[in-house]
Design a protein around this ligand. Structure first.
Ligand SMILES: Nc1ncnc2c1ncn2[C@@H]1O[C@H](COP(=O)(O)OP(=O)(O)OP(=O)(O)O)[C@@H](O)[C@H]1O
Ligand SMILES: [Mg+2]
Length: 261
């Protein structure tokens, strides 16, 4: 079972309390989005689940085991693309397989279907700088999928994309995930994106970071994102999530950004 069980989790960096008492169970093959203001600890939470960040208190059980180090069945897609600029598309996609001990030839051949899946066939020999932002993010997605993870942790994977590319990538992810379901924790700032993709949306607030609501998304799958956006239930869910997020005063981080400091 590829489930994630987070119990009474707290995280502090020295005197800074990031979050307290996070409780979240993500079921096998469930798609859960985490929505919350900047600084509430979303990235930190994913890093803890990925086994690359310590906990302060509480427990995180991934597929039945305490999460203390990175697992071969878990893949993390980063907030910015984090591609290796000196490697080609195919070698970037093959990178996770190389880390897991595959030979270069083997890794390239296993990576090839994932290059195709994200629509980059013919661009295998290109370098990241020769690709658009959307293409680069697709390389990041293919790299995560190529290791055939049971658990996919995605940290604002589409945050750096323009609105149109972002919607195309959401459609792409819906299609890929419907064909090959995995347990997904998906961090986003976009309410629409969270609703379109998820079985359930977890809303966080900050200072201290905490989960304030679990909201199920009652749309059948396979989904049509455009039809969903036109559905009155979508508008209701959207309003509900906005209301929860709006209770949040601007964090100092966002205030600085808003005032250009
Ligand atoms: N390695 C670290 N050392 C010290 N403080 C950290 C570290 N990593 C994160 N923090 C702090 O922890 C808090 C939560 O950070 P985190 O990156 O998890 O937030 P986030 O919810 O992902 O924000 P965003 O939406 O902007 O990506 C922030 O105050 C951040 O400055
Ligand atoms: Mg983050």
């Amino acid at each position: 079972m590829a489930n994630v069980d987070i119990k009474d989790l707290s995280k502090h960096f020295g005197s800074l309390g990031v979050f307290d008492d996070i409780n979240l169970h993500v079921d096998d093959n469930e798609f859960v989005s985490i929505l919350g203001p900047s600084g509430c600890g979303k990235t930190t939470l994913l890093r803890i689940v990925a086994g690359i960040e310590d906990t302060t208190a509480g427990s995180v059980i991934v597929a039945g085991e305490e999460s203390r180090k990175p697992r071969p069945d878990t893949a993390l897609v980063f907030q910015n693309f984090r591609l290796l600029p000196w490697r080609t598309v195919e070698d970037n996609v093959a990178y996770g397989l190389r880390l897991r001990g595959r030979s270069k030839a083997e890794a390239r051949s296993l990576a090839q279907p994932y290059v195709m899946m994200v629509g980059l066939a013919g661009r295998e020999k290109k370098y990241p700088y020769q690709l658009s932002g959307g293409m680069q993010q697709r390389v990041g997605l293919a790299r995560a999928l190529a290791v055939q993870p049971d658990i996919l942790l995605m940290d604002e994977p589409f945050g750096a994309l323009d609105a149109q590319t972002r919607e195309l990538m959401q459609d792409e992810l819906l299609r890929i995930w419907s064909a090959d379901r995995k347990t997904v924790m998906f961090v986003t700032h976009s309410i629409d994106e969270a609703i379109v993709l998820s079985d359930r949306v977890v809303v966080m607030q900050s200072d201290p970071g905490r989960i304030v609501e679990h909201i199920p998304v009652p749309f059948d799958r396979p989904r049509d994102a455009a039809a969903m956006r036109a559905d009155p239930r979508f508008t209701t869910l959207r309003a509900e999530m906005w209301a929860l997020l709006r209770q949040e005063p601007l964090s100092s981080d966002m205030t600085h950004r808003a005032t250009g400091e």
